[in-house]
Design a protein around this ligand. Sequence first.
Ligand SMILES: NC(=O)c1ccc[n+]([C@@H]2O[C@H](COP(=O)([O-])OP(=O)(O)OC[C@H]3O[C@@H](n4cnc5c(N)ncnc54)[C@H](O)[C@@H]3O)[C@@H](O)[C@H]2O)c1
Length: 386
Amino acid sequence: MSARKLRVGMIGGGGPANFFGAPHRRGILMDNSAELTAGALRSNPEESKASARELFIPRGYGDWRSMIAGEAALPAGERIDYVTIVTPNDAHFGPAEAAARAGIGVLCEKPLTTTLEEARALRATVIANKTPFVTAYTYTGFPMVMLARELVRGGDIGAIRKVEAWYPQGWLATRLEADNQKQAAWRVDPSRAGGSGCGGDIGTHAYEFVLFVTGLAATKVSARLKTFVSGRALDDDFTVLAELTEGAIATITASQVTIGAQNDNGFRIIGTKGTLEWSITDHQTLKRFTGGQPLMLYRQGAEYGYFPGSIKPYLRLPSGHPEGFHEALGNLHRTLEWTIRARMGETAPAPFEHPGIDAGAAGMAFIEAAVASSAREGAWTAVPAI
Ligand SMILES: NC(=O)c1ccc[n+]([C@@H]2O[C@H](COP(=O)([O-])OP(=O)(O)OC[C@H]3O[C@@H](n4cnc5c(N)ncnc54)[C@H](O)[C@@H]3O)[C@@H](O)[C@H]2O)c1
């Protein structure tokens, strides 16, 4: 039984040129169990407040520092329960750490930070403060990706031998940043994006498939980060061969110069008893191959009995009614909400084990190792501990 809607604060995500604030707002509001109460939506204080007014967010602040301080000073029954951080990568660490210190939950965009050092510091703060924390690896919110995890963890395809994970895009195949296109401009700037452009932006999603679905992690990598578009300071193509724990291997590839690709990320998990395959191009289907048997297709639908109890609360519609990207984001918000509600002493469904602070930090360790390997012509490089 829920006593009230959760109150959410948004950091970043304002203004007409912004991309990812709107999908998060839809995700937050999807189940009518949370509301946007506060916002510090842009880097310019006046624009930040104006943006809050335009979006009917009652408490608009000029910047994230005053928002977190202001909210923390409110009585417990009025302040925000969590923040959604949807700023460029260089403005994740500051607000996430401040929110954690103030006792406010955090849903933070990926990549977690711009450096592994920051990620470690944030992780320490989150652990010390027992902060409810989700790292926004959106694709882990797709029910069929969650099902793949449950099948692998249940031993359905045996011991994992190999993972192939991919994420191609084509939007940076030309020098879009030269036209000051907002999303491109900071993504190719090392001071704002971090040590890897393509890897940090989308290679990290592909690596998260390895972590989330199989529970294995890269121990060492051989990486080739390429910059195809001249004048660009960061990679726009990312190819990694990884040794995984328990003797498995992985190929993790991402690209921003694959003309025609439409965010068509996915994975193939190859085990001793079978293979699982998922692609966002057919996101309501999970394929299961077993030697000598016909291909098995799991399809998405709230009425299907083969979804375990851990996933059922995340399905909203009967089969044939597509639930996709926004619902996946909504599912990550749902996990954080249920974690917070349990802390409030309310009865809420058990949250799924969506990526938390460890997954965010592990993503940064992977990126750091890939950058170091590529700088040494693909030499095998150990993935540092988080
Ligand atoms: N999980 C996913 O699937 C996914 C998809 C897209 C983007 N992202 C991530 O979301 C983040 C934002 O990406 P985007 O494409 O929306 O970028 P964007 O450039 O479109 O928007 C960034 C927003 O942050 C605001 N901003 C910048 N600095 C700020 C500050 N200090 N305080 C408050 N607001 C500030 C800007 O005004 C803008 O509204 C990035 O970390 C990106 O990696 C994740």
